[in-house]
Design a protein around this ligand. Structure first.
Ligand SMILES: Nc1ncnc2c1ncn2[C@@H]1O[C@H](COP(=O)(O)OP(=O)(O)O)[C@@H](O)[C@H]1O
Ligand SMILES: [Mg+2]
Length: 532
């Protein structure tokens, strides 16, 4: 049986004539959700043999377009074409029957099933009596052909995130996909895994398959794609050949205005003689944390000095979140010690940490950071009752200044925090937590989880600027994030966590992407001695 031989479809052979044929297209498609036009008369054309990136900021409409292209959603207006013919895809199953397969941002595998079982699960074309061994052989063969090594017999629950993604890709290839839609596939990968994925993508296009690659990371977009369609606010703002564009031009299409020169990461205040001899502003020593019988933090030593930005990186689930909670006093460590500006705050709760001079911007901005039902002014007062106790007017004035200087979009200082968008909530939190950092009047150290996650380019630039200003003023900044690019662009020094341990540490400029990636994957460089 050969895969994907559908009438009227010419994209299945690898010989050059099939290349350049329009394999899949959206013609003026519109998709509305309550209160938002997620896709507004979008035109998109994917040719056989190409990697075509859909680029855009959060909320631009990329996932919605992909969902329309694979049959998960149906357009309110306009239509989809496959191989030049209008088609109605009433479900992802119908999409797959026409050779269109999507790999979602959030995987949809069954944990307790094996790889091979997941691959054939719910496949209507699967003969009832196909032997397990045959399925496993076919899975292995696909894996080999496209550089997607997976053990067909492994249980999905035992696989890493990167391996699970491979299973998802194998699954759609197994079902004969000639067009693959990959929604932000690199978001969960180490640099090496991302590189391996790009090799896979090239192996697929070399066979004439077409790939829609969704991303908002300009570097990888420039590296992997043949063409780029840029979206903003549900509309297409440009379609360009990668060879004829630049990262800067793409960024401008993304945000719809000229971009300032990238905020440069200056050097840490180190040599000024104002910092290190004063001792760390934030320090963890031998921190262990056991939760539900699992060791999630396994002897962490970490110090952040005044005037530096330290970044903690790692693949999700390797202890970053727990480390932030322990340092901020939210979770008491099982053993070990946490100090803020020389004061031992271990086990004293968030109040002790804050009292000693630690500010904290959690990942969950509106859940644990701000109180949604309170006004912005009252949220300002929340963590600083002492100063503002009798001075609500001062708090309101401070909030008004913040609204103006951070360009926070809100009806005013008395608006409830719940009406803020994610980016604006982040700015309010930073305004509150960063105020006076390092000046003697405010906190000595700050922990910020995923500082620019979900922000548009403009807001992200501003947040980066704020953190660097805080550092220049002698503040100690610790950034904890699962986004490696974010950590590298912000931090003077980096710490990589793997399974609750520090797997690598050093100045950001001196660590290669390869070293970092290996550490994130828990692989020791040759000749190195395993820690502990
Ligand atoms: N299922 C849905 N229900 C309601 N609104 C949605 C849904 N999916 C997406 N949206 C909205 O549509 C817009 C585009 O979202 P999406 O396509 O997910 O963007 P992207 O993938 O580029 O981040 C956003 O404003 C989003 O909130
Ligand atoms: Mg999306």
């Amino acid at each position: 049986m050969t895969s994907g031989d559908h009438p009227g479809e010419t994209a299945t052979v690898s010989s050059p004539p099939s290349r350049g044929v329009v394999a899949l297209a959206a013609r003026r498609v519109t998709k509305r959700f309550p209160g938002v036009v997620a896709n507004d008369e979008v035109d998109f054309e994917l040719r056989a043999g190409e990697v075509h990136t859909l680029l855009g900021e959060n909320g631009a409409g990329k996932s919605t377009l992909a969902a329309l292209l694979c049959g998960l959603y149906q357009p309110d207006d306009g239509h989809i074409e496959r191989g030049g013919q209008p088609v109605r895809l009433r479900s992802p199953r119908e999409g797959l029957a026409r050779g269109i397969g999507m790999v979602h941002q959030h995987f949809r595998l069954v944990e307790r099933f094996t790889v091979a079982e997941n691959v054939v699960l719910g496949d209507p074309a699967q003969p009832a009596l196909l032997r397990r061994a045959d399925i496993e052989a076919r899975v292995a063969e696909i894996g080999e052909r496209f550089g997607l090594p997976v053990d067909p017999r492994a249980r999905v629950s035992s696989l890493t995130v990167g391996q699970r993604q491979r299973v998802e890709i194998v699954k759609v290839l197994y079902r004969g996909a000639e067009v693959l839609l990959l929604d932000e596939p690199t978001a969960v990968l180490t640099p090496q895994e991302a590189e391996a994925l790009f090799t896979t993508v090239r192996a697929m296009t070399a066979e004439g398959k077409a790939v829609v690659f969704i991303s908002h990371k300009l570097g990888e977009v420039m590296a992997v794609s043949d063409r780029v369609t840029v979206m903003r606010g549900g509309r297409v703002t440009g379609e360009v050949a990668t060879a004829a564009t630049s990262a800067r031009e793409l960024a401008e299409l993304m945000v719809g205005r000229p971009i300032e020169a990238e905020v440069r990461r200056g050097s840490a205040a180190g040599g000024e003689g104002d910092g290190t001899e004063a001792g760390p502003a934030l320090e963890a020593a031998g921190v262990r944390l056991v939760q539900g019988g699992q060791t999630v933090l396994d002897g962490i030593d970490l110090a952040v000095f005044p005037g530096e930005v330290v970044g903690v990186a790692g693949v999700a689930g390797n202890g970053q979140r727990e480390l932030a909670a322990v340092l901020a006093g939210i979770t008491a460590p099982t053993s070990g010690r946490v100090q803020v500006a020389g004061t031992d705050v271990t086990g004293g709760g968030a109040r002790a940490a804050r009292g000693a001079g630690l500010a904290f911007v959690p990942e969950d901005r509106l859940g644990t950071g701000l109180v949604p039902g309170l006004s912005l002014t009252d949220n300002m007062l929340l963590t600083r009752r002492r100063e503002f106790l009798v001075n609500r007017r001062a708090a309101r004035r401070e909030m008004a200044t913040a609204i103006e200087s951070f360009e926070i979009k809100t009806p005013g200082t008395e608006a409830a925090a719940r009406v803020l968008s994610g980016g604006n909530a982040q700015k309010v939190l930073l305004a509150r937590e960063l105020a006076g950092l390092g000046t003697g009047a405010g906190p000595r150290a700050i922990i910020v989880a995923s500082p620019t996650r979900g922000l548009d380019i403009g807001a992200a630039e501003m947040v980066r600027g704020l953190l660097h200003d805080a550092r220049e003023q002698g503040g100690a900044v610790l950034i904890i994030s699962e986004d490696l690019d974010e950590v590298r662009s912000l931090a003077d020094r980096m710490v990589v966590l793997y399974r609750g341990r520090v797997a690598l540490e050093g100045p950001t400029d001196e660590l290669t992407l390869e070293e970092i990636g290996l550490a994130m994957a828990g692989i020791q460089p040759e000749g190195a001695v395993a820690p502990g």
